[in-house]
Design a protein. Structure first.
Length: 268
């Protein structure tokens, strides 16, 4: 049975804890919730999903997986204590944004590091998580991490760590782009005279249906666009504005800017 320590039990840490228990990756007895804040410790204890300990607890040394779910700016201080109680063969799984593998290796004096980038839909086990391991990990260790991450949705193995900046910009930040477009569609419906709840229902179901269609169908996005678009019709009239305003180029520029910012924020 896997023994897992989750360092930092905020929203994402608890998502992983509950997912691991639900899929029987571990048990309450073998799950450590590592938290420094005393008030937060009391909250975690009341949840009764694992043992609540501090970062200097010797039980961490028994864990084959240690998950770093803390803020990147807090890691350097935390690492001084954590390196004392981490077993040399443990796999460290980091979901800290912008924190490079080499930096974690250096601060913890530890070889086996995996860096992952999940996104918001992990909350409902529909997330997308890309990950990349340090060169020292074995095939079995990589499969173990993949199984852990798969409890919250789909996973994607990346050979090159530098690609995680693009992942951060595309899928990490991606939910916000879809929410932004949905918000705009709803506002357009209201502008056209629909009640807000009507515009919201139409928008949500249209997006849901469109996703399932392209996910299960055989056509490309361009082919599906053509399926909806009649010459001289309403869809063509809307798409004409998108093209005139170069919406596609705006989206590419925006996501490129997000990747640039990811590189700037990287902790090396």
């Amino acid at each position: 049975m896997n023994k897992i320590a989750i360092i930092g039990c905020g929203n994402m840490g608890l998502i992983y804890a509950n997912s691991f228990l639900r899929y029987k990756i571990t048990t309450k007895e073998n799950l450590l919730l590592v938290e420094k804040n005393e008030e937060r410790q009391n909250v975690l204890s009341s949840l009764n999903i694992g043992k609540v300990v501090t970062v200097n607890n010797a039980l961490i040394k028994e864990c084959n997986i240690v998950i770093l779910a803390v803020k990147p700016q807090d890691f350097k201080t935390l690492a001084k204590e954590l390196k004392k109680v981490t077993h040399e063969n443990s796999v460290i799984l980091s979901i800290m944004a912008g924190t490079e593998i080499s930096f974690i290796q250096s601060e913890l004096d530890h070889k086996f590091i995996v860096r992952a980038m999940p996104n918001l839909p992990v909350e409902i086990s529909m997330g997308m998580t890309a990950f990349t391991p340090s060169a020292e990990l074995t095939h079995d260790q990589i499969r173990l991490v993949e199984n852990l991450l798969s409890t919250t949705g789909r996973t994607l193995y990346l050979k090159e760590e530098q690609q995680l900046n693009a992942v951060t910009a595309l899928s990490g930040s991606g939910p916000a782009y879809f929410f932004y477009f949905m918000k705009s569609l709803i506002e357009a419906g209201i502008h056209l005279g629909l009640d807000e709840h009507v515009a919201s229902i139409l928008t949500k179901q249209t997006m849901l249906g469109s996703f399932h269609l392209i996910n299960n169908g055989q056509k490309t996005p361009d082919e599906y666009i053509a399926s909806v678009t009649s010459k001289g019709g309403t869809t063509e009239a809307a798409l004409k504005i998108f093209e005139e305003r170069n919406l596609s180029n705006v989206i590419i520029e925006a996501i490129s800017n997000a990747e640039k910012r990811a590189k700037e924020l990287a902790i090396k």
